[in-house]
Design a protein around this ligand. Structure first.
Ligand SMILES: Cc1cc2nc3c(=O)[nH]c(=O)nc-3n(C[C@H](O)[C@H](O)[C@H](O)COP(=O)(O)OP(=O)(O)OC[C@H]3O[C@@H](n4cnc5c(N)ncnc54)[C@H](O)[C@@H]3O)c2cc1C
Ligand code: SF4
Length: 329
């Protein structure tokens, strides 16, 4: 049985106290929400904070406000189950509820939060192992070692961004509000992610994710498709988020196609968007966007399934996401 290491546990009631505690804890502190990612990582000694600051009792992080007309603010501490069941999210941003419902299992969705999901650690077959296994291969670049076993000549870690909601939030153009003892900042979700499996977030360690801001729904339709081995639960080894905006005449006026699970950061396929914008959403355009996504997807051999097959799956999964939007029109 894997045990947690010893650590100091703090449970503030306000964001002000939380960021102050983090400033006091310094680089050895980490926030925790549901703990469904952090605690297993601590048991495997992948992440080893000495002070863990829980955000679970901060009521201001549990609120959802607004709707699709004016935009919506979702507290980072809202559970995935509550996201799945929220009537306004289901009505105005159904893709968010649908993608949240594909994450892990019902029990884990009761604990796991939307904020923790967006800040999930990157994953790799050589990293998501217990300490003894990793020691047996002399560790790897991401933690305690100096070689990447996936690409030994690479100076970079290729561990994979594996959050289901990250590509969805990038496609929707959501913004994120962070707090720290130095103040607040609001950024586009797309700019949060860094294409490096070790430094995978453009975020200081002391920043608390407070809210996710969804833009007004407007004339946007969106869909998410997930490839995984077991339909009951598994991390995505390919996630396709598509968000299309439609003009009055029914043509596509804006498009974002984002691939998750194939690189250390969500990958936006601008070539797919170019195939769609200015046209009606028909079979030819869908095929062209799917081809552009296939060319852009370059998964490595560090998650489930053969990497070439995962690359090939970009075509049908992008097609399915776009066809789903087509049938919703
Ligand atoms: C068996 C299993 C299957 C899973 N399947 C999936 C899956 O299919 N898809 C998927 O996307 N995920 C999956 N997960 C991962 C995880 O359960 C979810 O991503 C969940 O949403 C994480 O949320 P959490 O609140 O538990 O995060 P935590 O573990 O609490 O935190 C995750 C990270 O975010 C940081 N953090 C959390 N909240 C904040 C905050 N407010 N501000 C700053 N930092 C914060 C923590 O420091 C940590 O680094 C799975 C996990 C398990 C164990
Ligand atoms: S991609 Fe390489 S460095 Fe990164 S976790 Fe995997 S083996 Fe380690």
């Amino acid at each position: 049985m894997m045990r947690l290491p010893q650590f100091r546990y703090l449970a503030p009631r306000t964001t002000g106290d939380a960021v102050k505690m983090m400033a006091d804890a310094g680089p050895d502190g980490m926030f925790v929400a549901g703990g469904t990612d952090l605690y297993p990582n601590m048991k495997r000694r992948q992440q080893t904070p000495r002070t863990v600051i829980s955000v679970a009792r901060i009521s201001e992080l549990q609120q959802c406000e607004g709707d699709g007309n004016g935009g919506m603010r979702i507290g980072a501490g809202v559970s995935l189950t509550d996201i799945c069941e929220d009537p306004v999210i289901n009505r105005d941003y159904p893709v968010v509820a649908q993608a949240a419902g594909l994450i892990s299992t019902p029990v884990l969705r009761n604990m796991g939060t939307i904020g923790g999901n967006l800040l999930l650690d990157t994953r790799c077959n050589y990293y998501d192992q217990n300490y003894e296994w990793r020691k047996g291969v002399n560790f790897c670049l991401k933690k305690d070692g100096d070689t990447c076993w996936v690409a030994p000549s690479s100076p970079k870690c290729w561990a994979v961004q594996s959050s289901d909601l990250a590509p969805v939030m990038v496609a929707l153009g959501a913004r994120l509000r962070f707090l720290s003892s130095r103040g607040e900042r609001i950024i586009d979700t797309a700019s949060l992610y860094n294409d490096d499996g070790i430094n995978y977030l453009h975020k200081r360690h002391d920043e608390l994710l407070a809210e996710i801001h969804l833009p007004p729904r407007g004339r946007v339709r969106a869909a998410y498709e997930k490839l995984r081995r077991r339909g009951s639960f598994d991390f995505p080894v390919l996630g396709v988020a598509a968000a299309l905006e439609f003009a009055e005449d029914g043509r596509v006026s804006g498009a974002r196609i984002v691939l998750g699970g194939v690189a250390p950061a969500p990958i936006e396929v601008s070539g797919a968007a170019r195939e769609l914008v200015g046209n009606s959403l028909d079979r030819e355009q869908i095929a062209a966007a799917a081809e552009a996504s296939y060319l852009k997807a370059r998964p490595l051999d560090n998650t489930d399934f053969a990497m070439n097959w995962r690359k090939q799956m970009a075509r049908p999964y992008v097609s399915r996401a776009l066809e789903r939007i087509q049938t919703s029109l």
